[in-house]
Design a protein around this ligand. Structure first.
Ligand code: UPG
Length: 340
């Protein structure tokens, strides 16, 4: 983390992170605490127990609160907050067709309640996770200027959340700025288990088949979680007092077939890909226009896909060794398997 980011967040004071136990949230909480920032982390997951970790010489404190944003007493959580990182959401494109009330609750209602509380508590800055899913099936590079046309109920709720936050920030009585970061497809250690890269790695390490939805030629702008954390910290530290929407991606793409091939190279095992129908609501391609994030935040992604995949493979190996030590020890002695 660069000194300016470190100082920017630290001098800004206490940070509140919603979705603190999630994939991106847990990385952000760690980075904030390493920078000496005291963190209030809110999550509704059962693994996130309410409790207090005092500050140490190396780390800022953590006040963990297990709560649902829709019913929690948010004024207490937001006291003295300088930055609220709003990452809590029900993610994932495909289940949103059948679980829409849950998506509404977690993505829209929760955001409305949080923003209302932020205005009342005079929180100066909210940095929130939006998604490239708001764009829908755009051809070519996706720019913040494009008209969003989400193709899934999930994308609709993320767009609603983003617009809600911006509407609160625009209120005459609000002294609040919002940075809505449209994350492209995030990967890295701790990635959600329903996502493609994590599934490919796990299946390959366990010698199991992986179902590819479609012919594998769909492309994604994959962005490593360490770059996402850096973008979040930069957005919190920017001296710009206005609200903005910013793409956070790499500007480069890979197809699912390329991910399969790279995983094969890096693990020494050929993934057993089984091709099935494409899923409704999945877009063919995402590519971030990265110009605005570069000019406003000085952000460019640093992690190349090959190096980033290696970090996730290493993490997956370690997690598998913890859950099934015997299996992994014996498979580690096996010669790489190659399937046709
Ligand atoms: N896919 C498969 N097999 C699987 C899982 C996924 O073929 O078992 C496909 C999927 O259909 C898609 C591609 O792989 O075409 C990538 O899927 P995934 O890794 O789940 O990412 P996205 O669908 O791009 O969605 C991710 C996040 C979402 C976020 C979005 C931002 O899940 O929460 O908003 O990226 O772009």
């Amino acid at each position: 983390m660069s000194a300016d980011v470190h100082n920017g967040v630290e001098s800004a004071g206490r940070a509140v992170v919603t979705g603190a136990a999630g994939f991106i949230g847990s990385h952000l909480v760690e980075a904030l605490r390493r920078s000496g920032t005291n963190v209030v982390g809110i999550d509704r997951k059962s693994s996130w127990a309410t409790g207090e970790i005092p500050p140490s010489a190396e780390l800022g404190s953590l006040h963990a609160i297990r709560a649902d944003l829709v019913s929690a007493d948010l004024s207490a959580c937001l006291e003295n907050a300088a930055t609220v990182f709003h990452l809590a959401a029900l993610p994932g494109v495909r289940p949103s067709w059948t679980q829409f009330p849950e998506y509404l609750h977690c993505n829209v209602l929760a955001t409305q309640r949080l923003m209302d509380a932020c205005v009342r508590a005079s929180v100066p800055r909210v940095v929130m996770a939006s998604s490239s899913s708001v764009y829908g099936g755009a051809e070519g590079t996706m720019s913040e200027e494009d008209l969003p046309r989400p193709l899934s109920p999930y994308g609709v709720t993320k767009l609603a959340a983003e617009r809600l936050a911006l509407a609160f920030a625009a209120r005459r009585d609000a002294a609040l700025s919002v940075s809505a970061l449209r994350f492209f497809t995030v990967y890295g250690p701790g990635q959600r288990p329903d996502m493609f890269i994590g599934r490919v790695i796990r299946a390959t390490l366990e010698n199991k088949p992986i179902e590819v939805y479609g012919d594998g030629t769909q492309i994604r702008d994959f962005v490593h979680v360490s770059d996402i954390v850096r973008a979040l910290m930069l957005a919190a530290a920017t001296p710009d007092k206005g609200s903005s929407v910013l793409n956070i991606g790499t500007g480069r793409v890979a197809s699912m077939n390329e991910v399969l091939a790279l995983t094969g190279e890096l693990t020494g095992r050929t993934p057993d890909a089984r091709y099935g129908p494409a899923r409704i609501g999945d877009v063919r391609a995402t590519t971030a226009d990265i110009g605005r994030a570069r000019s406003r935040l000085g952000f460019t992604a640093r992690t190349e896909l090959r190096a980033g995949l290696a970090t996730q493979i290493e993490w997956a190996r370690q997690s598998l060794a913890r859950t099934s030590p015997h299996e992994t020890a014996s498979s580690a002695q096996m010669a790489p398997t190659h399937r046709s």
